[in-house]
Design a protein around this ligand. Structure first.
Ligand code: SAM
Length: 374
């Protein structure tokens, strides 16, 4: 699979598609709303743009990207209403970006209803700023905008994806990762380094490109999966992916998946620690850090409990499997074929249920607010 051309979220039946299985990602948007609010106000007050240019990188489909759009509109409307901006009225231009395989038509179809509902939900007497919404296909690992033209970049639940499949340099890829599909306890150091090098290369490129596109003083809010512990073999994503590898290995044993297929597959993901993120930002010297935090989120998108106690049930396994399938399905289907997916995710749900009974592992989510150094 070529990430730039073929990667996208699941688009099929309503029950399985990303739009209906993205509650986990929605929870991150709700959690980061105060940081977004701060970034929007900072842009308004420092730059006083007549038209504020805002981009959501990796918008996907479904209600989440429009939730982000409505948060920005509401913050600007509120600031204008209370005369915090002490300046001329402002217009907003949103660019919703994703790879060209994304179903942009689905996003466009929901814009009309969104425009109606945001107007209807607004208190009388508070004027909404005029806003415009466009789609922008292309990889954020390439230039997307003219020089110094964007005031605010946002990206949620995307930057843990690498720009390309993790491959051995000589392309032989004969079982370099011992049947694992991500970094696991038995992953050799040379393979860990491949994942880490790809992260550093991608992140440095992303920072360089966005630095060129942001106006001086512009802001960038990035939320992505990371790792709580420094130890790279014991990351939160390692546990999640090891359970999927275990389900694939069972299908190999039963002859439903070819061993070579499994051995030549590594997920194009990397969950960095906070220190790794700080190091790559410091190395590039392009952005200052206004805010950095790590919060945890339950694997089950429907589990809103904040405790660390063990609580496992088959439903948790099923919910986790559905949310992972909505994201991984096209990638797995292109490598292993569609016909194994139902069986694979039934096994995965059982593996997750068993794991959560022993260890209430959570996602670690990194939130980063950066300002462009002049
Ligand atoms: C899990 S979805 C998150 C979508 C949305 N931000 C949300 O919060 O629901 C990740 C999205 O990132 C997109 N993505 C991954 N790599 C990308 C890249 N290089 N350029 C643009 N989009 C990318 C994927 O296509 C996918 O739609």
């Amino acid at each position: 699979m070529k990430m730039e051309h073929d990667f996208h979220m699941a688009t099929g039946e309503a029950e399985d598609n990303y739009a209906n299985n993205s509650r986990l990602q929605r929870k991150a948007l709700l959690k980061t709303k105060p940081v977004l609010d701060k970034a929007v106000r900072q842009v308004c007050m420092a730059l006083h743009p007549r038209a504020m240019i805002v981009a959501d990188l990796g918008c996907s489909v479904g209600a989440n990207t429009l939730l982000f759009v409505s948060d920005v509109i509401n913050t600007v409307a509120d600031a204008q209403h209370h005369d915090e901006l002490r300046c001329h009225p402002m217009e907003l231009q949103f660019f919703l970006n994703d790879l060209s395989g994304n179903d942009f038509n689905q996003v466009f179809k929901s814009v009309k209803q969104f425009t109606k509902s945001i107007a209807a939900s607004h208190p009388k007497g508070v004027a909404l700023p005029p806003f415009y919404i466009s789609g922008l296909p292309g990889s954020y690992y390439t230039r997307l905008f003219p020089c110094q033209s964007v005031h605010l970049f946002h990206s949620s639940y995307c930057l843990h994806w690498r720009s390309q499949m993790i491959k051995d340099m000589d392309e032989k890829m004969s079982d370099i990762n011992g049947g694992n599909i991500y970094i696991a306890k038995s992953t050799p150091p040379s393979v860990v380094k491949m994942f880490q090098d790809q992260f550093q290369k991608d992140m440095s490129l992303f920072l360089k490109l966005r630095h060129q596109e942001l106006v001086p003083g512009g802001q960038m809010l990035l939320t992505f999966l990371g790792r709580k512990k420094e130890g790279v073999l014991d990351g939160d994503l390692s546990h999640l992916c090891a359970l999927l590898a275990e389900a694939l290995q069972a299908l190999v044993t039963e002859g439903l998946v070819e061993r070579e297929k499994l051995e030549s597959f590594n997920l194009p993901l990397y969950g960095p620690s906070i220190d790794e993120v700080k190091a790559v930002i410091a190395l590039n010297k392009l952005f200052g850090i206004d805010h950095i935090q790590l919060f945890e989120s339950n694997w089950d998108p429907y589990d809103d409990m904040e405790n660390d106690g063990m609580c496992s049930s088959p439903q948790h396994g099923v919910n986790v499997a559905k949310s992972i399938r909505a994201v991984f399905e096209p990638l797995l289907a292109s490598h292993f074929g569609e016909c194994i997916l139902d069986e694979l995710f039934q096994r995965y749900a059982r593996n997750v249920e068993r794991h959560l009974a022993e260890d209430n592992t959570k996602y670690s989510v990194i939130v980063l607010l950066l300002n462009r150094k002049v």
